[in-house]
Design a protein around this ligand. Structure first.
Ligand code: NAG
Length: 282
């Protein structure tokens, strides 16, 4: 036998001599996957309040009213515990696709440790916990390695039957209020808009006009994104992720118009914090 053939022959012998997966192992694996997750708190804010030394990372949470506990990434910092519900980073050259249909945006997709969308059905419960007010924070990063943020002091999405309409309070931050369409060529506010996806159109286009193009669906026009489009509007963090060098002058890209109107963003995070409502506020 030639030396190469001998090596392959030996490799095959080694593989054959390895112990097979026993039925016991298989059973444990299946059970492990099906086992109910043990909740560590209602959300990341509660886990942080109980122990402000809790490190950032993946936790199992169960907001009040949620049928099942689920995994979420908690961003723990000086300003409390934030439940991350969206993260985009380009995935080291393999970006997670955000052109998805309704049920995927409803249920969630991706990996909570990396790029993901947690899911509208979970976000609904996160923003509807009795005795708390939810806040929204967006962390945005561009290819010049600059970072900016937008903060909304109250945040809620309506239920599924009204298509998860976006409700926001007061804006603060340094990225501008793109959700509100602030100071942007008369752009429509996305606040009060229902969520649209490739297969569910709630974007008020009838049709929408952009330059000399008329179209009926923002989602199709904007990279297949699921988003709170309103006559499209100037925010879309769910467009196509573009690598550096190919990140300029796309209308279907990832943009926050009040900061980055013509250059696609490099990374984004959307997160929610709940604060206990003071007695006077209730
Ligand atoms: C941004 O940061 C990355 C990683 O540290 C670096 O490779 C790149 O050159 C930086 N870009 C600019 C424009 O500073």
């Amino acid at each position: 036998m030639a030396p190469v053939t001998q090596v392959s022959f030996i490799l095959i012998l080694i593989l054959l001599s390895l112990p097979p997966v026993s039925p016991g192992t298989l059973k444990r694996r299946v059970l492990g996957k099906a086992a109910k997750l043990e909740s560590q708190g209602n959300d990341c804010s509660q886990i942080w309040t109980d122990n402000p030394k809790s490190p950032s990372g993946v936790y199992v949470i169960r907001p009040e009213g949620t049928p099942d506990a689920f995994r979420a990434y908690c961003d723990m910092g000086e300003d409390g515990g934030w439940t991350v519900f969206q993260r985009r980073t380009g995935g080291n050259g393999k970006p997670l696709a955000f052109d998805r249909v309704w049920w995927e945006y409803d249920y969630g997709f991706g990996d909570v440790e990396g790029e993901h969308w947690l899911g509208l059905s979970k976000l609904y419960f996160l923003t509807h916990q009795p005795g708390t007010r939810a806040q929204l924070k967006l962390d945005l990063h561009n290819f010049e390695n600059e970072s900016r943020h937008a903060l909304y002091d109250s945040f809620q999405i309506s239920d599924k039957s009204s298509f998860y309409t976006l409700k926001l309070g007061r804006y603060s931050g340094n990225a501008g209020d793109s959700f509100g369409g602030e100071n942007w060529r008369g752009a429509a506010s996305q606040v009060g808009s229902a969520f649209s996806t490739l297969d569910r159109d709630h974007d008020s286009c009838n049709p929408c006009i952009s330059g000399d193009i008329a179209f009926n669906e923002c989602s199709q026009q904007k990279g297949g994104a699921g988003w709170w489009f309103s006559d499209c509007g100037v925010a879309n963090l769910h467009g196509d992720w573009h690598p550096e060098g190919d990140h300029k002058i796309w209308s279907s890209d990832i943009h926050w118009g009040t900061w980055s109107p013509t250059e696609s963003l490099k990374a984004t995070e959307m997160k929610v914090k709940t604060v206990v409502i003071a007695a006077t506020e209730a």
